[in-house]
Design a protein around this ligand. Structure first.
Ligand code: IMP
Length: 428
């Protein structure tokens, strides 16, 4: 299976690493590729009992023999990149395999400043961004005043581009946000200071990945953020500024859609979200607190507590559709072990009318009330189960019901954080 996409089907933090772990047990993975987002992501990986967190680097950086690729669709903060690399080097991880696209856009320190001041300016309408400069870097890219990694190697070009980028930004900073202007010289100095260390890592990653696929290598495109945070298909404007959906992988890597073999949507057995924005099944009672506590729902990147709610099958069906999912990977089923009865949102009620698909407008989505179906809990610790048959009957019924209503087969189920805590349900 050469080209596999693993992406988030909800609002992020679905535990995408579990799917990667399961893939790696059957197929050695040759390339692990990030195609969108930046250091706003957070992957927790446990290797030989040691816990690692990556934000910008693909999780493959911890897989011996795999080449890690940061492709053109990613926005790269060189400062964050080197901080992360140095942290891993200190712990004895070999990071020599990393390749960075010459066309990836750069996050400079002023992008972070603009992200944070514009959030403050929005007041109660704030997006709740990670404050890492992701949105401002992508908006510079679309406005055609962005700085690409390749620009760091030619100081004259870099200076011209920084001047163009700061022209409007400085007007905004000084006249609207009442902040100091950013000095062109300081930015040029900041960015050129990274050039020498970056240079050997930089390549044409589209060429590299297409050649790898021609040679039958296994390439894993590792999603960051998730479907409902997609700038086109998510809960706009409460989204990130890139396209984490499957289509975004092709754009973000320079790989055509005909080359992709599998698209795996990772989905939790319940739902979480960080930041602002609508969330129909969100819980404000002790069920929500218990999901948060038992599921350890605290952001890896920002340390923020995640909002929690029940499984939403409307979102699952939507994710299956907009990503063309070939399968789902269900994570954190064990978090539900202690519930007597488990509600699942099967449809919405909007202005008194039942709606089975994602509503067309955000205004309707904001008014959507969940229609619940209830399932008997299993009240048993399932973290030791390794086959579908070992799961208690009620857990089997819950999983099969979710699968039936979610629009793609369940290829794997996670019952704990460990690499081995995975179940592959039998197929008919
Ligand atoms: P930004 O990506 O920092 O611009 O933030 C935009 C929205 O996406 C905010 O609601 C963030 O909380 C959310 N977000 C960004 N990255 C992640 C992630 O890795 N997991 C979950 N939410 C995220």
């Amino acid at each position: 299976m050469p080209a596999i996409v693993v992406l988030g089907a909800q609002w992020g933090d679905e535990g995408k690493g579990k799917a990667t772990d399961l893939l790696a047990t059957t197929d050695p993975i040759d390339y692990v590729v990030r195609t969108s987002g930046g250091h706003n992501a957070g992957h927790t990986i446990v290797v030989n009992g040691e816990k690692y967190a990556t934000h910008l680097l693909p999780s493959g950086i911890l897989t011996p023999g795999a080449t890690s690729v940061i492709a053109n669709g990613v926005v790269v903060s060189p400062e964050a990149l080197f901080r992360e690399l140095d942290g891993l080097i200190e712990r004895g991880v070999d990071v020599a395999s990393l390749v960075v696209s010459a066309n990836a856009h750069v996050i400079a320190s002023y992008h972070g400043v603009i992200d944070r001041v514009s959030e403050r300016f929005l007041g109660k309408n704030m997006i709740g961004t990670t404050g890492r400069g992701i949105g401002p870097a992508y908006s510079d890219k679309v406005n055609r005043v962005g700085i690409r990694i390749s620009d760091l190697f030619d100081e004259e070009t870099l200076r011209t581009k920084v001047e163009a980028a700061l022209d409007l930004r400085n007007h905004l900073l000084t006249k609207v946000y009442n902040r100091r202007a950013v000095e062109v010289d300081a930015v040029v100095e900041e960015l050129t200071s990274y050039a020498e260390r970056l240079r050997p890592m930089v390549a044409d990653t589209s060429l590299l990945l297409n050649k790898a696929l021609d040679e039958g290598k296994t390439v894993l495109f590792e999603g960051a953020q998730a479907t409902m945070l997609d700038v086109d298909h998510g809960t706009y404007p409460f989204v990130t500024s890139s396209n984490p959906v499957a289509g975004g992988v092709c754009v973000g890597a320079g790989v055509g859609p005909t080359r992709i073999d599998r698209v795996i949507g990772v989905i939790k057995a319940y739902t979480t979200r960080v930041g602002s924005g609508p969330f129909p099944t969100e819980l404000f009672d002790e069920n929500g607190e218990n999901l948060q506590r038992i599921g350890g729902e605290i952001g890896v990147s920002t340390g923020r507590t995640r909002r929690c709610g029940w499984y939403d099958a409307v979102i699952a069906r939507y994710a299956a559709r907009v990503n063309g999912l070939t399968e789902f990977f269900l994570t954190k089923l064990d978090v539900l072990d202690s519930w007597e009865r488990i509600p699942v949102c099967v449809a919405y009620e909007i202005d008194g009318v039942r709606v089975d698909e994602m509503p067309m407008t955000q205004a309707e989505f904001l008014r959507a009330k969940p229609v619940y179906e209830y399932f008997e809990g299993w009240k048993t610790d399932i973290s030791g189960c390794r086959t579908f048959e070992e799961l208690p009957k009620n857990a089997q019924v819950y999983v099969r019901a979710l699968e039936e209503m979610s629009g793609a087969p369940f290829w794997g189920i996670g019952v704990g954080p460990g690499r081995e805590q995975t179940i592959v349900p039998p197929r008919d």
